[in-house]
Ligand binder design. Structure first.
Ligand SMILES: Nc1ncnc2c1ncn2[C@@H]1O[C@H](COP(=O)(O)OP(=O)(O)OP(=O)(O)O)[C@@H](O)[C@H]1O
Ligand SMILES: [Mg+2]
Length: 348
C-alpha cells in the first residue's frame, strides 16, 4: 500500500517513520497493561496502533467509538459494536465457543443479553489479547461507566487495553487517571503522544510518496504543500492522494480540505446546543487574529452577541482546548491546525 493511500496503515512497510513512537508503543504492549495513544486529528494514531499490533503479532479487538450513536450511549449499542467486531475475527469465534451467554453461528457472535455482566465475562475470556478503544473520549457519554469496567479489568484480568483520542483533553476528562476518586486512579499507564512531523520529515514523506506513485512533483509545489498542510501526516496524505488521483491544483485541494475541516468543526460544536453561536464566534475571532488574547476574544464575542460572563467564556475556551481545536501558548490562543483555521475563516 503506498504512503498516499487514505486508509489507516497497518503494515510496517507502509508506515512512514515515527520510529520513536512506534518503539514506545511496542514496549508498552509488551510490558504494560494500559496504553493511551493521544494526538490531534490526523496525526496518525490509528495507523500507529494497527501497525504496532501487527508488528507485535498481537490478537486484538478494535472498537471505533466514533461509530457509536450521538447523544447518550447505551451499553446495548456498545456491545452491538463489539459483536460486529468479534464476528469478524476467526480467532474470537474459536475462543468464545462454549462461553456461557455467547452464541456463535452463521450470523456471527451474539450476546444472549447485552448487559454489564456479559461484557465482563467476555472481557475475562479475552485474557492476553488487546482491546483497542479508538477515539475513547466518546465513551464519556456512556451511562454505564466504562471507566469503572476498565478499572475492574485492569485489577482482575490480563486483557490489555489501548485507548486513543484526538480530543486529548476530553480523553483525559473521561479517563480521569489523575483524580483520586476516579475508578482508574493510580493504575500505571503508558502514554504515547503523537506530534506533527518536523518539516524535513514531512518533506521526505511527500517526496517518497510521489516517488512511489511515479509522479515528478515540482519542488515549489512540495514547498507550498508543506506551508499549507504543515507536518500533519493525515493532511499530507490527503494532498498526495488527491494530487496523484484527480490531478487538481494545490489551491483546490487546499480548499476542499478546509471545507472538510469546517464540516468537522461544525459537527463537533453541535453538542453545545444554544451556546453554539458563542463557540463559533470564539473560533472565528481566534482564526482571524491568528493569535488572540482572552480579552480580545471576550470583546469580539460581546460586540456581536452581547455580554458574556467571564466564567462562561472560560468554559467555552476550556472546552475548545479540550476538543483539540485551539491551544494556548504564552497567554495567546490559536488554532492547532492551519486547515481548520482556513475552514473556520472561509466556511464556518
Ligand atoms: N506513519 C504513517 N505512514 C504513512 N501514512 C500514514 C502514517 N500515519 C498516518 N498516515 C496516513 O494519514 C492519514 C491519517 O492517519 P490515521 O487515520 O492513522 O490518523 P488518526 O490520528 O487516527 O486520524 P483521525 O484523528 O482522523 O482518526 C491516513 O490516510 C493514513 O493512511
Ligand atoms: Mg483514527
Amino acid at each position: 500500500m503506498p504512503y498516499f493511500s487514505p486508509e489507516p496503515k497497518s503494515n510496517i512497510e507502509d508506515f512512514f517513520d515515527m520510529e520513536e513512537e512506534l518503539q514506545l508503543f511496542l514496549e508498552a504492549i509488551k510490558y504494560g497493561r494500559f496504553i493511551v495513544v493521544s494526538g490531534l486529528r490526523r496525526y496518525g494514531k490509528t495507523s500507529l496502533i494497527l501497525t504496532g499490533l501487527s508488528k507485535a503479532r498481537q490478537a486484538y479487538i478494535f472498537i471505533d467509538c466514533r461509530l457509536l450513536p450521538q447523544g447518550k450511549i447505551s451499553i446495548n449499542s456498545f456491545m452491538e459494536l463489539l459483536e460486529e467486531e468479534l464476528s469478524r475475527r476467526s480467532w474470537a469465534r474459536g475462543l468464545l465457543r462454549g462461553v456461557e451467554g455467547i452464541s456463535i453461528g452463521s450470523f456471527g457472535v451474539r450476546f444472549r443479553e447485552r448487559s454489564k455482566g456479559r461484557l465482563l465475562s467476555l472481557l475475562e475470556n479475552l485474557d492476553g489479547r488487546v482491546l483497542v478503544l479508538d477515539e475513547a473520549q466518546e465513551l464519556r457519554r456512556m451511562g454505564h461507566r466504562l471507566d469503572s469496567i476498565l478499572a475492574y479489568v485492569y485489577d482482575h484480568q490480563k486483557l490489555k487495553v489501548v485507548v486513543s483520542g484526538s480530543q486529548v483533553g476530553l480523553l483525559h476528562r473521561f479517563l480521569r487517571l489523575q483524580e483520586p476518586d476516579a475508578p482508574l486512579f493510580g493504575r500505571p499507564y503508558i502514554e504515547v503522544r503523537l506530534k506533527k512531523l518536523e518539516v524535513e520529515k514531512a518533506r521526505e514523506f511527500l517526496m517518497k510518496g510521489f516517488e512511489q506513485e511515479g509522479v515528478k512533483m515540482p519542488q515549489e509545489v512540495i514547498e507550498d504543500a508543506l506551508k499549507r498542510f504543515d507536518g500533519i501526516i493525515g493532511w499530507l496524505t490527503y494532498f498526495g492522494y488527491a494530487s496523484t488521483r484527480t490531478h487538481e491544483p494545490i489551491e483546490r485541494i487546499f480548499e476542499r480540505a478546509s471545507r472538510l475541516a469546517a464540516n468537522e468543526v461544525s459537527n463537533a460544536l453541535k453538542i453545545y446546543g444554544v451556546a453554539e453561536p458563542r463557540y463559533k464566534e470564539a473560533l472565528k475571532i481566534i482564526s482571524n487574529l491568528g493569535n488572540a488574547r482572552w480579552i480580545e476574544i471576550k470583546r469580539g464575542i460581546e460586540s456581536r452577541l452581547g455580554r458574556i460572563p467571564n466564567n462562561t467564556l472560560s468554559t467555552i475556551i476550556g472546552n475548545l482546548v479540550d476538543q483539540g481545536l485551539i491551544e494556548k501558548i504564552d497567554e495567546m490562543y490559536r488554532t492547532c491546525d492551519p486547515i481548520v483555521r482556513e475552514g473556520i475563516l472561509k466556511f464556518l
